[in-house]
Design a binder for this molecule. Structure first.
Ligand code: BG6
Length: 293
């Protein structure tokens, strides 16, 4: 499929009816639906589907810089580039292709990118939808440079939620976090699951590889699994910041929560010829009424 700007999009479907749509603009997942046809990712009603900015929603890929802690534009340039389909890509392993619908994308730096970030890389991204409708993203960055380089990274995942005040995250309790709302000062999270009543912008460092986002009202739990990505960034702009974003509705902060598997505290360094892999797997499970929560 092509969108109205002529940018290609790829649709993935599972035999049971789950669905995902990926744009070559940014290699960004724009939609992920379960087999009941329910959309699981947030997209702003004011989103702009036009390069050179990433669409507000889905899963923008933040590379080679997460956030604004370096010299590049916020969240790096990968989310603003047009990726290519990696036709000749061999399967990651023999079994991987059998039960999954997947697409392989590739990004290499343009001449212009090399002016701002002078490191030759190949970024391969495999996006798959499993039989059960789980969405997985596997990023592999290879250094094809003569010198080492470092980068930070994040899967900027906009989850769709019923009402932010009914949502909680389990798995980040007692961890240290860097608070972007106070110059990345380091704090320690207290013992309870995380709930929301004001703006949040935190990087939980050294987090477990499985966490859960519980949406009480929709009786739904998102399970987030990650590998190769030590941190989890949690972001909700809340009321005041929402009003300053042109591509975000004033009230939409109630319907979204960004929970990003990321490598942000410590950059990843690749020597010449080395490759890094960072995985994200998202599953949606209906919560049972008798879970006691
Ligand atoms: C979050 C950052 O990951 O992304 C926030 O922690 C930032 O600080 C947000 O505001 C959105 O970024 P952008 O560039 O997509 O508007």
């Amino acid at each position: 499929v092509r969108d109205w700007n002529g940018v290609e999009q790829v649709v993935l479907r599972s035999p049971r009816g789950a669905y995902a749509r990926v744009s070559l603009h940014g290699g960004q997942v724009l939609s992920w639906r379960n087999d009941r046809g329910e959309e699981l990712l947030f997209t702003s009603s004011k989103a702009i589907f036009k390069p050179p900015k990433a669409m507000r929603g889905g899963i923008p890929i933040c590379f080679p810089q997460f956030g604004n802690s370096g010299t590049l534009e916020q969240h790096g340039f990968a989310r603003n580039r047009i990726w290519a389909i990696d036709e000749g890509h061999p399967p990651l392993n023999q079994n991987d292709n059998s039960s999954k619908a997947s697409v392989d994308l590739i990004l290499k730096p343009s001449e212009d990118d090399l002016k701002y970030w002078p490191h030759c890389f190949e970024f391969r991204l495999r996006i798959s939808l499993s039989m059960d409708g789980d969405l997985s993203l596997v990023s592999r960055v290879r250094n094809v440079n003569g010198k080492p380089f470092s980068f930070s990274f994040g899967y900027h995942t906009y989850l769709s939620v019923s009402d932010i005040s009914e949502v909680r995250i389990e798995g980040l309790e007692t961890l240290d976090y860097l608070d972007n709302l106070s110059q990345r000062e380091r704090f320690t999270e207290q013992g309870d699951a995380i709930t929301f009543e004001s703006e949040v912008d935190r990087a939980y460092v050294g987090s477990p590889n499985v966490i859960a986002v519980l949406d009480h009202e929709k009786k739904r739990t998102f399970v987030i699994r990650k590998e190769g990505l030590p941190d989890i960034v949690v972001w909700n702009p809340w009321e005041k910041k929402s009003k300053t974003m042109v591509d975000f509705g004033d009230e939409e902060y109630k319907q979204m929560l960004c929970v990003d598997a990321a490598a942000t505290e410590r950059p990843i360094t690749l020597k010449p010829g080395e490759e890094w892999t960072g995985k994200l797997e998202l599953s949606e499970v209906p919560s049972t009424n008798c879970s006691g929560h």
